[in-house]
Structures are given as structure tokens and as C-alpha cells.
Design a protein around this ligand. Structure first.
Ligand code: GUN
Ligand code: ZN
Length: 439
């Protein structure tokens, strides 16, 4: 008996970027806008994509079609840096990075020793991602292995592609929030064996940042990377000037902050460094040479007063970059809000961030930063069917503005400037509707 493979059919207005590019100016040529399109999905993957006129003949007689005539459908948003345990502490007043960690962050993360508490926040967190159209994220948990279990269990319920890991931290933190070089190695190894490649889950070796790991622990992180070359490395780099000075004090034998990670074998094609606001020239060169990626976190960099990230430099130096919300130093789960702030950060440096470049960073560029561009980021046949249905008229003001939009680029730019979670009408994960806004 042959099993019946069900096909999901989605009709609507689609927009994506067809290929990765080496220069921002090349993005325009890769924009694919299908005003009346059809997306066919089988077993979570895209089986066919094109215009409704060309595609409709493939539909069987009673095939249901989900039609979104007035919306805009784009690939799911990709968040390349976020902390799930910090969900409850967005908007913590008054401090910059190092004081903010001690005053607010560490006390919050201690709570995640309790698995049921971690479960509760993981569930909230995953729902919040979906509500904001984020379909994939690279996530910090806490030092507690059970926090990683909680998150992957919550993501698995939606078949979400998530990358996450246990934080490694064996100095300069409260006693209750420290592991050791050896326990971090053993716990991370067990979690890799348990979760990496299970369903859509992927694991990231996660030393918090150089100041909170001893050289022995960084060596253990490097050892894990050698043993499991296809797992990710996820950490922070050059976010704040006091942090950078501290790293130089702690590791005087290294030329700079990135050299610490590089020395321990933690750079590479699956390494993502959050922030990179103040990189030196030789560090840009090392990022490029090692094919490491940056998570640009504008709302966080502004909120903590960390500085203005030079996005232009990623193009000049050919360094991969994605967008990160960095909740809870970041102030919104929403990539639309994140792009709104990203634009202003470029304006303050005399640079422009176009709507299509913004779309690229939030989708295909983010996928490339996570080394997942073969699986995610656009509507190419064979890719995983993660996408978002956007309502461009979520408020009266948006409707007024959108009715006057000159073209799709202008409409998109207005969405990125004014949009938030009210614009997310539905979020699809692996071909299934995982979230729908209730009015
Ligand atoms: N550097 C080390 N830990 C953190 C963190 O939790 N958030 C941010 N923004 N930077 C960090
Ligand atoms: Zn962070």
C-alpha cells in the first residue's frame, strides 16, 4: 500500500531573496516578488514555488488552498542571538554591560536550576518567538543542563529549527551560577549527544564570554569543538569598552579579544559572535579568514549604551552577519523593531540600510550566518517551509501609510519602520501553522 503524501498549498503575495550575495548592492537583483504566487509544501519542505497561474494545474481537484489575498508572505525571521532565560528581565534600568550582568542578569539566571521554572519560561519564550514571526534562533540557555532540555523540549513541540547550548562559566560569577572546566565539558558533551541533530535541534558550545571562563574551560570548549566539528560555537565578543579592557587584562598573552577565542579553536564556519561593536582591524581579518559570523544586536547595543555597530564593514570585509534581538539586553523579540533600530544605527554613522538589505539580514543572510542557507532563508524548492504571513495594515496609521506606498520596497521599508508583533498574522513552521493572531 502506498502512503498518501499530503500537500499544503498556500496562495498569496510572496517576497524573498533568491541567492546569497557578496555585496549589498547585489541584493536588489536577487529580490523575488510574486504578486499572486503559490507555494506547495510536502513533508515540511518546499516542493514547488512560483506564480499561481503557472502552478494551479498541479493542484488536485479537492486540494484545499490557504489564500492570503491582502497579506505579504516572507521567509521566517532568523534571530542569531538571544537569551531565553532573560525573557523576564527586558528593560532592566540604568546599567551598562558588566554592572547589568551582576545586578540583574545573574540573579535571574540562578532561577533556572529549577526545571519546572525553566519549562515555564521556555514555553513562554517559544510562543513569543512564534508571535513575532521568528522561526529559527540561536539561543543562550543558563549553566544548568536542565535549562537546555527545557528549551529543546518546548521547541520540539512545534518542530522548530533551534540552535542552543548550556552556558559555560567557571569564574567571575556568583557561586550558584558556576560550573567547572570538567563539569562544563561533561555536561555539554552529554547534551550534544542527546540533542544535536535530533529532529531539527542543533547544539551550540556556549562559553558565556572570555571573562567568565578560565583558560582551562576555554580549552575544554575547544576540545569539544574538535570532537564534534559540526556543532556550533556561540559567545559574546567586543560589546563594551570596559569588557574589552578586562579581557586584555585577563589574557595579556593574546593580541586581542578575538585572539583568545581563536587560540582555543573557537572560531570557524559555525561560530557566531554576538555584538562585535568595537573590533580592531586584525580582528575583522580573523573573522573573515575563519568564516566566523557576527550577530548584530541593535536594540541591545543601544539599550546598554554599548556603541554603534558598523554594518558596512561586514560587506567591506566579507564577514557573515545576522540580526540578533539579544533579549533581555535587547528590548524586543520582534525583528521588525530590530530592523527599525538597525536603520537608525546606520543613519548615525552616515550609512543607509535599505529595505531589501534589511529583509536579507532577517532571512537568507541570517541563515548564511548560521551556516543554514542550504535549508532556510527563502522559498527555493527543497528548503524547509518556515514562513510568516504579514498584515501590513495592523494599525490605522500603518494603513494610511501603506495605501500611499510607492512600490513594494517602500511598503517594506514602512513595515520595518513602524511594524511590531501586531503585523504577524500567522507563522508557519515546517509547513504547519504554528501561530495565528487572534483578533
Ligand atoms: N556578555 C556576557 N554575557 C552577556 C549577556 O548575557 N548579555 C549581553 N548582552 N552581553 C553579555
Ligand atoms: Zn547576549
Amino acid at each position: 500500500m502506498s502512503s498518501v503524501v499530503t500537500t499544503t498549498a498556500i496562495r498569496g503575495r510572496f517576497l524573498d531573496i533568491q541567492n546569497t550575495v557578496a555585496q549589498a548592492r547585489d541584493i536588489h537583483d536577487q529580490v523575488r516578488y510574486v504578486e499572486d504566487g503559490l507555494l506547495l509544501i510536502q513533508q515540511g519542505k518546499i516542493r514547488w514555488f512560483g506564480s499561481w497561474v503557472e502552478g494551479q494545474a498541479q493542484l488536485t481537484k479537492n486540494q484545499p488552498v490557504e489564500h492570503y489575498p491582502n497579506q505579504l508572505i516572507v521567509p521566517g525571521f532568523i534571530d542569531t542571538h538571544i537569551h531565553f532565560p532573560q525573557t523576564e528581565m527586558v528593560g532592566a534600568y540604568g546599567e551598562q554591560l558588566l554592572e547589568w550582568l551582576n545586578t540583574y542578569t545573574f540573579p535571574t539566571e540562578i532561577k533556572f536550576k529549577d526545571k519546572s521554572y525553566a519549562d515555564q519560561i521556555a514555553h513562554f519564550f517559544v510562543n513569543e518567538l512564534l508571535k513575532n514571526g521568528t522561526t529559527t534562533a540561536l539561543v543562550f540557555c543558563t549553566i544548568h543542563p536542565q535549562s537546555v532540555d527545557a528549551l529543546f523540549e518546548a521547541a520540539e513541540r512545534h518542530q522548530m529549527r533551534l540552535i542552543a547550548g548550556k552556558v559555560m562559566m567557571d569564574r567571575h560569577a556568583p557561586e550558584a551560577l558556576m560550573d567547572t572546566a570538567e563539569s562544563a565539558y561533561n555536561d555539554s558533551k552529554a547534551l550534544i549527544e542527546k540533542w544535536h541533530g535530533k529532529g531539527r535541534n542543533l547544539y551550540a558550545i556556549t562559553p558565556r564570554f572570555a571573562p567568565t571562563s578560565t583558560p582551562e574551560q576555554l580549552a575544554c570548549a575547544g576540545q569539544l569543538k574538535t570532537e564534534y566539528p559540526d556543532v556550533y560555537v556561540h559567545t559574546h565578543l567586543s560589546e563594551n569598552k570596559n569588557e574589552i579592557a578586562w579581557v586584555k587584562d585577563l589574557f595579556p598573552e593574546q593580541k586581542g579579544y578575538l585572539d583568545v577565542y581563536h587560540h582555543y579553536g573557537l572560531t570557524g564556519q559555525k561560530s557566531v559572535f554576538a555584538h562585535c561593536v568595537h573590533l580592531e582591524e586584525h580582528e575583522w581579518d580573523c573573522m573573515h579568514a575563519t568564516e566566523s559570523a557576527i550577530a548584530f544586536c541593535p536594540t541591545s547595543n543601544l539599550f546598554l549604551g554599548s556603541g554603534l555597530f558598523p554594518l558596512q564593514k561586514t560587506w567591506e570585509k566579507n564577514v557573515k552577519v545576522g540580526l540578533g534581538t539579544d533579549i533581555g539586553a535587547g528590548t524586543s523579540f520582534c525583528q521588525l523593531q530590530t530592523l527599525n533600530e538597525a536603520y537608525k544605527v546606520q543613519q548615525l554613522q552616515g550609512d543607509k540600510l535599505s529595505a531589501f538589505e534589511s529583509l536579507y539580514h532577517a532571512t537568507l543572510g541570517g541563515a548564511k550566518a548560521l551556516d543554514l542557507e542550504d535549508k532556510l532563508g527563502n522559498f527555493n524548492v527543497g528548503k524547509e517551509a518556515d514562513f510568516v504571513v504579514l498584515n501590513l495594515h495592523a494599525t490605522a496609521l500603518q494603513k494610511l501609510r501603506q495605501e500611499r506606498a510607492k512600490n513594494i520596497e517602500d511598503a517594506l521599508f514602512a513595515l520595518f519602520t513602524m511594524g511590531d508583533d501586531r503585523n504577524i498574522q500567522a507563522t508557519y513552521i515546517y509547513g504547519n501553522k504554528a501561530y495565528e493572531q487572534s483578533n
